[in-house]
Design a protein around this ligand. Sequence first.
Ligand code: IVH
Length: 670
Amino acid sequence: MKSIKENIEQLRDTIRYHDRKYYVENNPEITDYEYDQLVKELQQFEKTYPHLIVPDSPTQRVGGEPLTQFSTVEHKIPMLSIDNTYSDNELEEFDQRIKRMAGIDGHRNIEYVVELKIDGVAIALWYEKGLFVRGATRGDGFKGDDVTANLRTIHQIPLKLQPAEKQQIPSAIEIRGEIYLSNKEFQRLNEEREEAGESQFANPRNAAAGTLKLLDPRVTAKRHLRVFAYAIGYLEDFELETHMKCLELIRGFGLPVNPHTRLCESIGEAIQYCNEWGKKRNDLDYMIDGIVIKVNSLSLHEQLGATSKAPRWVISYKYQPEQAVTKIEEIVAQVGKTGTITPVANLSPVLLAGTMVSRATLHNFEEISRKDIRMGDPVVVQKAGEIIPQVVSVVKEKRNGTERIFQEPTVCPECKSAVRREGVYLRCHNPFCHAQAKRRIQYFASRHAMDIEGFGPALVDQLVDKGFLKDYADIYCLKHPDLENLERMGKKSSSNLIRAIEESKQRNLERLICALGIHNVGVHTAEVLSEHFDSLDALAHATQEKLEGIYEIGPVVARSIIEFFHDRHTQSIIEKLKTAGVNTRKQTIPASEKNSKISGKSFVITGTLQKYPRKEAEMIIKHQGGRILSQVSKKTDYLVVGEDPGAKLDKARELHVQILDEEAFEKMIK
Ligand code: IVH
């Protein structure tokens, strides 16, 4: 019979195994539900036998109390930087230089490993006897910050190395890598911050750096940082010959190594790789700012050595951020659904990183004065790390004297009530502000929320201005005559609209929670909440404690939810929704409505579909009982392919995953 201790450790190993499958290999073998059950079982054991809790238990990722400051760690081996190049020629020169220094015949080829240069934050991870003991930022290269508590929250970082059978574990190893945020997570985070009236991160790198420097690991845990390991800084007990072998070792221990890493026979091949990725880099879900080219042979590394700044066996090929020059036609102040007023530049349309751009964010009013941005200005716009283009600078020498200075508003551009400054933001505090009401109603009806077809911004504006809508519950009181007399609205479109409104009453709980427009609660949080509550009433009565007990909900979000439902105005709106017959309960899909071709199957989508926006296609699949995965793996049943598919298509072909074009997909869902 196994002892309790052995049983617990076996359960931990099972969870560690599934963590790796899910977080590192993108290839889950069990459902989220089954996984949660395993974790619950472990938590129960650990509650009963607290003396058996160990720091590397999968339950011990998020520590208790926030730190007051980070301590400093001295790097055993300095973390140097890399020399940059910007052209193919410079890479040829790099290759020639190496051959000269190492006394290699100019005609012989050197092997290089080429890797994507992830635009994030460098870190060093220390493992002793296989256990993760410390992680530090690069700092000045010699000393960095001890950010262990934050790194422990990253599921991709094993708290205990996971060697394959018979593989030895080094008594000490330092693994180096890059912490980053996916574009999707960056966008979600910024949306959440905008809702909360907090300043936005300029790009995923800043967001990752900011997150790694948070003193409260509980907040870090909610931001889903990721890692790619790319080198070994220090290693005991092993003799390795090549950099590729180092990467294989790290991958074998369970850390993610970038799958696009390639071994090249010559510098020519490496240059080709750089050029290929220059075209493809926008397909990735994370930012890269170049390619890192490393000599494969470790004995050559030793022979070449380093300058005081950078090793001589490595170089980076940097991509220029994509920029364009255009003109600011106008600067407008926009009122968000919670009253935050932000400036936006309307641009003369210009092609940037493959898309036409006609608007750029100006973040806040301070930024306008700091950069002295005026209406009519010729400006450089850039899409570097960020998704929404930014105004980088004004081309002052091209001004012609007709430019106009933008006056920061002192009153709300819509309701004219005085605005208040909150940090770098301006906010309209009038709860009856029409602009806010319009934004809230638009959001309620939008595709991510109640998805009322035909209920667009122009219609909402008219209905609010004419006094038919004061809040979103009024949508369900609209009658034919109210609609028929509006601009560009006939009998037919009015009937269609009434039908769409009627249909939306049956949306699921998750959409309704999202649609309410609670501060800090977007699509994802709404999904999480709907998993934990059976009805809107149950959510409305939840205590702060209960909400904070949910894995992805922190104190700030919990407070927003409580405040929202305590508001008398909100309560009366919710009553109106219920009276109108809007569904406020969780529904389970009746077996009869499940689509047998889709139910239980997992789908990945790549490229642009013509008839279905990505979110909508995902919703349809989920609705019919299917699952959405972000990466193609052996477990993927179908890859749905739109126009301009990304690397996922190659991967799917490689793994013989069934591929559906849009037509086939449509047939399947109908
Ligand atoms: S190797 C001495 N490999 O780029 C060589 N660095 O500009 C150590 N980076 O500080 C770095 N992806 O933060 C290496 N595949 C990769 C990388 C990478 C991103 C970052 C790293 C480094 C910076 C240098």
